[in-house]
Design a protein around this ligand. Structure first.
Ligand code: NAD
Length: 287
């Protein structure tokens, strides 16, 4: 294999050491409130990872659970309480929510200074202005992995496959702010038969679709950096969206799946929480 592996855990461990020092400098340990509505297997796994990472850093982690049948009003009531509670610095609402609850309404209900997932429209808007307050955690994890290669982003051909609100769209702006040339591909690109030609140009390729083997190994440009965000179950194995064996013979750097973006995402959540705690401190000092 030619490519170097970009392992999220290793980078995450380095960042966590810095976060521990930052927490020591805060007047008290920050608290993250996790809100869960109903039960979901994938959410349980993510919650466990959040709790473990938080505890490892000395962050207080509080879980607030509502029944699957909870109404939108009930959930909004809880979020309002958490917004007002000065002992809580960050709020994460676990997705997906049951169908009776409108996702966007809930995201907009979280205080902009406690929005550690970076999903509130105001916080997304700051990315357009090139002055992000909180970046969505997965997009931030991808950006950290790319930066860890020390590549100069100026003028680079960045191709993003997948245009979701949490990954593809914010990443397109993040790279644009670095003066990269950004192409965003999606289902329309594939259906028009243009996916391969765009992917073949990519000096930095980011794929977040959720389709195993969508990106063929021989489409990868020699020396490209490949970040595979996709998570797919193939038999009893977890794989990404990129054909790993072929791609790793051409790329200079590549993320493994699992072990690439995933483990770093929770670390980014904690980094956002610490930033939130600092911002709220400044706000309190102002008054
Ligand atoms: P999504 O599921 O909301 O959207 C999928 C995107 O893929 C859309 O832009 C769609 O147009 C595009 N798409 C679908 N079929 C396509 C095709 N044939 N060719 C090109 N594009 C196509 O996206 P998401 O929520 O960002 O999730 C994408 C993947 O990333 C999933 O596998 C998800 O599990 C994974 N994910 C991982 C993490 C993590 O590691 N921390 C976080 C979020 C998402």
């Amino acid at each position: 294999m030619k490519a170097k592996l970009l392992e999220g855990k290793l980078l995450g461990d380095r960042i966590k050491e810095e976060l521990k020092k930052e927490i020591e400098r805060l007047s008290s340990s920050p608290t993250l409130a996790a809100v869960q509505v109903g039960d979901n297997f994938a959410t349980e796994i993510y919650l466990k990872a959040q709790k473990k990472t938080a505890e490892g850093l000395g962050i207080n982690y509080r879980l607030f659970k509502l029944k699957t049948t909870a109404s939108e009003r009930e959930l909004m009531g809880l979020i309002e309480e958490l917004n007002q509670d000065s002992s809580i610095q960050g709020i994460i609402v676990q997705m997906p929510l049951p169908p009776q609850i409108e996702r966007q309404k809930i995201i907009k209900g979280v205080s902009v200074l406690k929005d550690v997932e970076g999903m509130h429209p105001e916080n997304l808007g700051y990315i357009i202005l090139g002055k992000p307050r909180f970046l969505p955690c997965t997009a931030e994890a991808v950006f950290e992995l790319v930066k860890s290669t020390n590549i100069n982003l100026y003028g680079k051909e960045v191709v993003i496959v997948g245009h979701s609100e949490i990954v593809g769209k914010p990443l397109s702006l993040i790279f644009l702010n670095e003066f990269s040339t950004v192409t965003v591909c999606h289902i329309g690109t594939s259906e028009a038969g243009h996916l391969e030609e765009h992917v073949k140009r990519a000096e930095i390729l980011i794929v977040a679709v959720g389709k195993a083997g969508l990106i063929k190994g021989d489409w990868i440009k020699e020396e490209a950096i490949v970040i595979d965000v996709g998570i797919n179950k193939l038999g009893d194995k977890i794989v990404g969206d990129v054909e790993f064996a072929g791609a790793s013979e051409r790329a200079s750097f590549i993320t493994p799946v699992p072990g690439g973006v995933g483990p770093l995402t929770v670390t980014m959540l904690m980094r956002n929480l610490i930033k939130a705690a600092k911002l709220q401190q400044i706000k309190e000092d102002e008054f």
